[in-house]
Each structure stands twice: as C-alpha cells, then as structure tokens.
Ligand binder design. Structure first.
Ligand code: SF4
Length: 191
C-alpha cells in the first residue's frame, strides 16, 4: 500500500527545485496538445509507480528561469491547449509549480488550462498548507489520489487505478466537494 501523507510533508522541507523532464507538444497528459513538466520527488511510494526514478528529490536537473521562459513560449503556440504538471509530486514542489502557474495565468489568463496529477486527494489538499491550497486554486483539472495496484485498470482515461479521480477544480472548490471533470462542463464554463 502507498504511504499515507503526513503533516510534515511540505514542499519547503523536501523540494530541491528539481525537474525530471519537460516535454512540449504531447498528447497523452490530458486533453488536447499539452506541455508537460515532470517535477522530481515523491514520498507516497506507490507499488507499481509508473516512474520510480522520480521519487528522488534530486533526480534530473534544477528548474531554471530559462526552462520557465521556454515553457511559456511553447504554451503560446495556438495548437497548445495547456500545461500539465506531473511527478514526482507537484504538491511537494510548490516552489516550482506555483511560480510557473502564476506566470501562465498572468500571460494567458484562462485561455490555457492547467492539469495536475497528485498522490494527494482533493480533500487532503483542501485541508493542507497555504502553498498547497494556492496551487490547487490555480488548476483546472486535478487527477488525484495514490496509485493502488490492486485497483489498477489500464482502460481508464488519464489515471491508473479506480480510486483515482479526474476532477474539475473550479467546480469542486465552488461546490465544496469533489466534482468530476467532463469535457462538456469545461466547454460550457469557458463559453
Ligand atoms: S503518487 Fe504518483 S509519482 Fe508518487 S509514488 Fe504514487 S504513482 Fe508514483
């Protein structure tokens, strides 16, 4: 079983500001064409994790201003729908993810969407530290929860086990409870 999150699991304590990879113009990390940033470091230790190398907070290379500028330039392409944040654990790397999401919102407003995959659940993040709540508020879609190998289902879109959920963050925060993401809802919201 994955580890349960602990009160001391903070970005301030663990993040080294490292990223495992950056991939522009991908089709698999959410809806449409996306730019995907994979941050380094995760404490959940899910059995069967798709990328164990990223558990180390020192895996890969340091996040830089140059990389951030490149991501923003790539996002500006008309065909790109948005940014995807994956890990590792984005919410244990809020120093990286928050500054990037803030710049994306400054430059593109809501014309680009932001998806994020996290081992934390929506409820854990809503009750978490300010940086976690700030990053959550900057997202459009959260794929939440630990990967549970006993509940693995490779036919599920955007997630690996049946306990994980694909959630609309604005709708969930407005409702005060988890609201599933659906393409139709997002189209209505942005219309
Ligand atoms: S939360 Fe994600 S990155 Fe972390 S161990 Fe689990 S599957 Fe791997």
């Amino acid at each position: 079983m994955p580890r349960e999150p602990q009160p001391g699991w903070s970005s301030e304590r663990f993040s080294q500001g490292y990223v495992a990879d950056y991939k522009p113009f991908v089709f698999v990390d959410g809806e449409g064409v996306r730019c995907s940033l994979y941050v380094s470091g995760c404490l959940f230790a899910c059995e069967g994790c798709f990328n164990e190398a990223t558990w180390s907070f020192r895996y890969g290379s340091a996040y830089t201003d140059e990389l951030e500028d490149r991501i923003l330039a790539d996002l500006a392409h008309e065909s790109v729908q948005g940014l995807s944040l994956l890990g590792g654990e984005p919410f244990l790397n809020t120093g990286v993810c928050l500054r990037l999401v803030r710049r994306v919102r400054e430059r593109f407003g809501r014309s680009k969407d932001v998806w994020c995959w996290s081992g934390f659940t929506l409820e854990e993040l809503r009750g978490g530290s300010q940086d976690k709540r700030d990053l959550l508020a900057g997202l459009d879609v959260l794929v939440d929860g630990r990967f549970e190998i006993a509940r693995r289902d490779l036919t599920l879109p955007f997630r690996g086990s049946t306990n994980q959920r694909v959630l609309s963050v604005p709708a969930s925060l407005a409702a005060g409870s988890a609201v599933p993401w659906s393409p139709a809802r997002e189209t209505r919201r942005s219309a």
